[in-house]
Design a protein around this ligand. Structure first.
Ligand SMILES: NC(=O)c1ccc[n+]([C@@H]2O[C@H](COP(=O)([O-])OP(=O)(O)OC[C@H]3O[C@@H](n4cnc5c(N)ncnc54)[C@H](O)[C@@H]3O)[C@@H](O)[C@H]2O)c1
Length: 356
């Protein structure tokens, strides 16, 4: 349809079918021109549940035959890099799910490729689009709390059964519309990379680095697997460029009947910011000035999972900016890649300085 942005979805698993397909179908600016999945059962599920006939066997098939301007990439972690690279090489814009890639060198290569091809590359961080994260970023990067000295993030979530390879256990909690994730998606290191780090810590890291503009210089991490093949508990210490310090702590073991946690605190030379995206609170404290708190907008969804695909459409329509550029995704991968190497080696890992 004239004026609509042509979008394809690659990966019709849990997340692609629960969020990306419905949000694109309901977005007037977008035309969903095709959905690709390697698994015939997933393709059949998309046909049956959404009446979509333009289904393709692979991402290259979809790119060649449906000619999308942009693609949403929602495949398993280990395949992010290859699929995104093929799309960017073909001159197609990409919204790549988190974690952008498993290794820093791959992430920076994608950023550079997108730049060279002149196409947009973004990553799937819904929280960055909330009014609270926007206000926190404005306050911090606008200098309201002075120079950043210390930052900390705590993230507690319900993913233990995913990491165990038993995603069906969350059927009633997540209400999977077509399929649950595959058993191996988050539990098999060959497919998932790691556990809590790549699956979850990527989110608070994506918020923290976005609202502060910080870049990682050096990382030391402890990780515990608790009998799983991948990490369940992560404790990460960071020295950032400019010599501020930070920590990120996370557990994936919260049960469905307990509250999750998603808190970030940033302390600067002139004030501090407390962002709690589980409770929906942002407080800004400045030396010698009254504290200020920011409320979410009325009825605002604090986990707007539908916005990441629509943001790609908006960017291609020339209407919006992104809150999760590829460069941010790469800075997060730098942190996590170093954290995994640190936990493995028991040493601090220096992150290579950026070439630019
Ligand atoms: N932003 C978020 O909050 C959020 C939440 C959940 C999942 N995710 C991300 O979404 C991605 C998918 O997760 P999921 O739970 O839906 O996994 P899943 O296992 O349910 O689905 C992945 C699908 O990708 C398909 N696939 C793999 N390679 C392909 C290729 N080359 N071409 C076409 N299809 C291919 C697989 O067959 C599978 O059906 C992951 O990166 C995950 O981290 C993001």
């Amino acid at each position: 349809v004239a004026g609509q942005v042509r979008i394809g979805l690659i990966g019709a698993g849990w997340w692609g079918t629960q969020y990306h397909i419905p949000s694109l179908l309901a977005y007037p600016k977008a035309e969903l021109v095709g959905v690709a999945d390697l698994d015939p059962a997933k393709r059949e599920g998309v046909r049956r549940s959404y009446g979509i006939d333009a289904v393709f066997e692979s991402h290259t098939d979809l790119i060649e035959r449906a000619r999308p301007q942009g693609v949403i990439v929602a495949v398993q972690h280990a395949y992010h890099y290859q699929v995104a690279r093929d799309a960017l090489e073909a001159g197609v814009a990409v919204m790549l799910e988190k974690p952008m890639t498993l290794h820093a060198a791959e992430a920076w290569e994608l950023v550079e490729l997108a730049r060279r091809k002149g196409v947009v590359l973004t990553v799937g961080y819904p929280s960055n689009y909330t009014s609270l994260a926007r206000a926190a970023r404005e306050a911090i990067t606008g200098g309201e709390i002075g120079d950043i000295e210390l930052s900390t993030s705590l993230y507690a979530s319900m993913v233990l059964e995913f990491l165990r390879g038993n995603p069906e256990a969350y059927r009633t909690s997540f209400n999977f519309p077509v399929t649950a994730p595959s058993a191996s998606t988050y539990s098999d290191p060959k497919v998932a990379g790691g556990g809590q780090g790549h699956l979850q810590v990527t989110h608070p890291a994506g918020i923290l680095l976005w609202i502060t503009g910080l870049r990682v210089a050096e990382v030391f991490a402890f990780m515990e697997k608790k009998g799983l093949a991948v990490d369940l508990l992560d404790s990460i210490s960071v020295r950032f460029e400019g010599n501020s310090l930070g920590t990120l702590a996370s557990t994936g073991s919260i049960s469905p009947d307990r509250p999750s946690g998603n808190e970030i605190r940033v302390y600067g030379s002139a004030g501090s910011v407390h962002l709690d995206l589980a409770q929906g609170v942002l407080a800004i404290h400045r030396a010698g000035l009254p504290s200020r708190s920011v409320e979410p907008e009325p009825g605002e969804n604090l986990y707007p999972a539908h916005v990441t695909s629509r943001n790609l459409v908006d960017l291609l329509a020339g209407d919006e900016e992104t809150c999760a550029p590829g460069e941010l995704g790469a800075r997060v991968v730098e942190l996590l890649d170093a954290a995994y190497r640190s936990a493995e080696s028991g040493t601090a890992i220096k992150v290579r300085p950026l070439s630019d």
